[in-house]
Write a protein that binds this ligand. Structure first.
Ligand code: IFM
Length: 443
């Protein structure tokens, strides 16, 4: 049984959310449309046909919701700013009411003694910018830096902890290569420029923050999955190395000044088409912390039809272990192995687990939601985190994803990740047993 004391007094405990997944109020107070509004309203894009128009109605309920975070004894509140609420056209005109909303959220967070941890980009790109090419247009590097500057100047007096991007590999692979997420583009001709511009924006965003907010603690977050070869053959190991380069190293290594991992996945040399003189140096930024976000490992086998990575994922359901409502295998050692992998880079000075959590199909029984599987998931992952920490990995925080059940992108509202159950028709909140578990653990 893990105990809070074992993590030390400096360790940060928090919960995480993102704007489009919880706020709702998509047409209120001057917010402009985002690519997720467009995508979710297009037929067939979201499995359940749902959208984020109302979501958890956090826009109107933020004061009570933040109080709920406090009541669970967390110290930190991670949330994202919606770019189209602040700059409805993505650039130029600032929407004062958009800024006001986040002033209120930040003030409420601080008033309750919680630290605000702010993500600048959690996937809700202004539609007006997508209409000009979105992440495939190199101008986005400047658009993004200008947006970061607006946010830094508005909130930098009260926000110390910042994260520039949320999971760039996920939004470029799913949004620009596979078309499963907004904006629904496909193919390398979209993916490769989106990768390079997001990697540049990641570093430029860090520089913009540092320039505007003295004393800011600047991070960025990466999706990660520990990659294992499904078989002992050379081909299987080669496929795993290619997959690892894309899944875990694509954005991390350029930020660390190591460039793109094209020696491990040669198809990434195609990125050179988008790289201009000086870019490779501009990709580096000395982040104060690296946000590690993980949910499952990847087991891969060689597949000659998977051009580029040569890797095919072994289906999670074929692995024989417990599955979450996302169909993801539960394998807690993944967190330990990834922490070790990330900590092996000399330039990674501090790591914060900025997301980790389990989706279930929770159902309330009266005013209780019993979720023992989620409690077991959390305990097992915290034990693995502690194992890494005790072996010297500089991991300094854990944020559970997510505070509330919310809009799980293309999956709609069916998988529930929250510590707090949301009854969407009434917007009633019920603290699940896992939320009560955290309350006692942190209390
Ligand atoms: O809900 C997402 C979040 O937006 C980004 N990281 C993974 C979570 C679960 O899929």
């Amino acid at each position: 049984m893990v105990k809070r004391e074992a993590f030390g007094p400096e360790f940060r405990w928090g919960v995480a959310t993102s704007a489009y997944q919880i706020e709702g109020a998509v047409r209120e107070d001057g917010r402009g449309p985002s690519i997720w509004d467009t995508f979710a309203h297009a037929p067939g894009r979201i499995k359940t046909g749902e959208n984020g128009d109302v979501a958890c109605d956090f826009y109107h309920r933020y004061a009570e919701d933040i109080a709920l975070i406090r009541s669970l004894n967390f110290q930190a509140h991670r949330f994202s700013l919606a770019w189209p609420r602040i700059l409805p056209e993505g650039r130029g005109r600032v929407n004062p009411k958009g800024l006001d909303f986040y002033h209120r959220v930040i003030d409420r967070t601080l008033e309750l003694g919680l630290e605000p941890w702010v993500t600048l980009y959690h996937w809700d790109l202004p539609q007006a910018l997508e209409d000009q090419g979105g992440w495939t247009n190199r101008a986005i590097v400047d658009w993004f830096a200008a947006y970061v500057e607006v946010c830094a100047r508005a909130f930098g007096d009260r926000v110390r902890h910042w994260m520039v991007l949320n999971e760039p590999t996920v939004f470029t692979v799913l949004g620009y290569l596979q078309g499963k997420h907004a904006p629904g583009r496909r193919g390398l001709a979209n993916f490769l420029p989106a990768v390079h511009h997001a990697a540049l924006a990641q570093a430029e965003g860090g520089r913009a923050l540092r320039a505007c907010v003295p004393g800011a603690v600047v991070g960025t977050t990466f999706s990660a999955s520990y990659v294992q070869a499904a078989g002992p053959t050379w081909l299987s190991r080669m496929a795993a190395a290619h997959y690892d380069a894309v899944a875990n190293r694509l954005f991390l290594e350029p930020a660390l000044g190591l460039g793109y991992p094209w020696n491990s996945a040669p198809f990434l040399h195609l990125l050179r088409r988008y790289i201009r003189p000086g870019d490779l140096e501009r990709l580096a930024f000395d982040f104060d912390f690296i946000g590690l976000q993980t949910y499952f490992r990847q087991l891969v086998r060689f597949d000659p039809l998977q051009l580029g990575t040569w890797a095919q994922e072994v289906p999670h359901e074929a692995r024989g272990g417990e599955l979450t409502a996302m169909g993801w295998e539960v394998w807690p050692e993944n967190l330990y192995l990834l922490l070790k992998q990330f900590a092996a880079y000399p330039k990674v000075r501090r790591i914060v687990v900025t997301e980790n959590g389990m989706a279930l199909l929770d159902t309330p029984e009266g005013d209780r939601v019993h979720d023992p599987r989620r409690i077991a998931f959390i305990e097992a992952h915290l034990a693995q985190l502690l194992r890494a920490k005790q072996e010297g990995v500089p991991v300094e925080g854990y944020f559970y994803w997510s505070f509330l059940d919310n809009f799980e992108w293309a999956e709609g509202y069916r998988p529930r990740f929250g510590l707090v159950y949301v009854d969407y028709p009434t917007q009633r909140r019920i603290v699940k047993d896992s939320g009560r578990w955290f309350q006692a653990f942190l209390g």
